[in-house]
Structures are given as structure tokens and as C-alpha cells.
Write a protein that binds this ligand. Structure first.
Ligand SMILES: O=C(O)CCC(=O)C(=O)O
Length: 281
């Protein structure tokens, strides 16, 4: 084990999540938060788009965070030493923000085979009950893919407002409380969600999706991913280059193309799953 205890690895395997894991100092988390706010101040609403998908290809501080040895050590402890970064979303809830994330499983969006993927959620601010932290149903990852439905026009932060159809028993729900610089890990099939931010402060975390290099992309579109540790002898993905500095022009075109391919594959996957759910009726 590189950084997790045997008990944490067992918790991840049996319950589908483990937390909290200290990966950077509170001061470094604050510096990342400040860099994010400076970017917002400079480029306004446009910056939200940058943060929404694959910000590690645009911003140096994000690139450095996803390569942080403590982050990768924890990820290695659950998926092994050859690691690709598959996708990244910065999850932002502003103060008094009605945005929420419905009950879902990350695998619903990912055309990956086998479905081995871990989401590392790295907190830049605190993330607790009051400001809309992530909550989950322990052990739900063992149930495989559950039926989701779409919902449009609400405040969901998910692209298609997807949510699990069956009701979740509130008595089974566990909360992930994190301080700035701490991280949680959750399994691709873990049933999880988050409520609106009722507090007067922002809640911000990076959801970084890592996969082992042997995983294949099953969609019709060839995907991109960044090799962040170890080797990739499988060649299932086009490798993403690291930016040398913010908005590196040599990476910008690659990022646009990577996001387009990711979006196409995600939509294809959601449509496929919808057909499978309908066929099961
Ligand atoms: O940050 C949130 O509220 C939701 C995060 C999430 O769904 C994820 O990281 O998979």
C-alpha cells in the first residue's frame, strides 16, 4: 500500500468509497482556490466552461494537482500502478446556490470496459452538510448499473439532469465531510448525490476520473486520456499532452478536440443505456 491503510482499501472495496484522505495542505488548497477565483475575475462566465471539462489541459495548477504524488498514491492503491486520467470536472456550488446533483452512478456516462474507474474528489474548500457535500449509499457499487432517467430544466449540475429512478432509503445514506486539501475516492458504480448549498460560502472540489491503462473505451469514438503514472502498453486511448503554462496554445486545439470526442462518447453512452433501460421494461 502506498498511502491508504489496509482498512481504507477494504472500505473502498466493500462500501465503494473511502474518505477523508489528506493529499495537499490547506494552504495549497487555498492557493488553488485563489487561482480559480482570479481566473473567474479575468475571464468571467467563459471560465466556467474551462472548469466544466478537462481543465487539466488548460490550467497549470490543475495539471499539477492531478499529478500530485499523494493523489496518485491513493489512486494506485485502489486501481494499480498504470494510471490514465480519463476526465475532470470542477464542481462549483456558489453561496446560496440551488444547484444539486441527483442520485447517480458515474459509470452511466462512461463507455468503459471493464467498468473500473475511480473518482478522486479533491476539496479546495470545505465540503460539509451545510454547503452541499457529496453523499452516498455504502455498498451500492455492488449492484451494478441502475436505471437512470433524464430531467431537463432544473438546477441539476449533471449535463442531462440524470438521476436514478428508484427511491433511496434516507436511513442508508452516508455523508462525505472534507476539509480543504482532503480527498475522497468513490467507485464508478457508487450511488451518490449532493444537495444545494445553503451556506454563505462557496463549495468547490475537483472530480478527477482515473482508470487503469488496461480499460478499453467501448464507444464508436476513440477517446483521449492523460497518462499520469506508470506505463500504457495497451494503446486504447490517444494520450493528452501536458500544458506548459495556462492556456498553452500547443494544447488548446487538442483540448477542444478531446472535449468534443468526450461529449460525443458520453451522449452515445447515455443513449445506449436509455435504450437498455427501456428494453428491460
Ligand atoms: O460535487 C458534487 O456535488 C457531485 C460530484 C459527483 O457527482 C462526482 O464527482 O461524481
Amino acid at each position: 500500500m502506498k498511502i491508504l491503510t489496509a482498512a481504507q482499501v477494504r472500505e473502498y472495496e466493500e462500501e465503494g468509497a473511502t474518505h477523508p484522505i489528506r493529499v495537499i495542505s490547506a494552504e495549497r488548497a487555498r492557493a488553488c482556490f485563489d487561482a480559480l477565483e482570479q481566473g473567474e475575475a479575468r475571464t468571467g462566465a467563459e471560465f466556467r466552461g474551462v472548469l466544466r471539462t478537462k481543465a487539466h489541459l488548460a490550467l497549470k495548477w490543475v495539471d499539477e494537482l492531478v499529478h500530485e504524488p499523494a493523489v496518485l498514491d491513493a489512486v494506485e492503491d485502489v486501481i494499480g500502478p498504470d494510471i490514465l486520467l480519463y476526465n475532470l470536472t470542477v464542481w462549483i456550488k456558489n453561496a446560496h446556490d440551488a444547484s444539486y446533483v441527483g442520485w447517480h452512478q458515474d459509470a452511466t456516462y462512461f463507455p468503459l470496459d471493464p467498468a473500473v474507474q475511480v473518482t478522486a474528489w479533491i476539496a479546495l474548500t470545505d465540503s460539509v452538510e451545510e454547503n452541499g457535500n457529496v453523499k452516498y449509499v455504502p455498498g451500492s457499487h455492488r449492484r451494478g448499473q441502475l436505471r437512470h432517467a433524464e430531467e431537463h430544466g432544473g438546477h441539476s449540475l449533471l449535463s442531462k439532469g440524470q438521476h436514478i429512478v428508484e427511491a433511496v432509503d434516507p436511513g442508508t445514506v452516508r455523508s462525505i465531510s472534507l476539509q480543504p486539501g482532503e480527498m475522497s475516492l468513490h467507485h464508478t458504480w457508487l450511488v451518490h448525490y449532493s444537495e444545494p448549498n445553503l451556506s454563505a460560502r462557496r463549495r468547490i472540489g475537483l472530480g478527477v476520473s482515473y482508470i487503469p491503462a488496461h480499460v478499453r473505451c467501448t464507444g464508436s469514438v476513440r477517446h483521449t486520456a492523460m497518462l499520469v503514472r506508470g506505463q500504457d502498453v495497451h494503446g486504447h486511448f490517444d494520450h493528452e499532452p501536458r500544458p506548459r503554462f495556462d492556456f498553452d496554445p500547443e494544447v488548446a486545439q487538442f483540448r477542444r478536440d478531446a472535449i468534443a470526442r468526450y461529449g460525443q462518447a458520453r451522449d452515445e453512452q447515455v443513449a445506449l443505456k436509455s435504450r437498455l433501460f427501456a428494453a428491460a421494461d
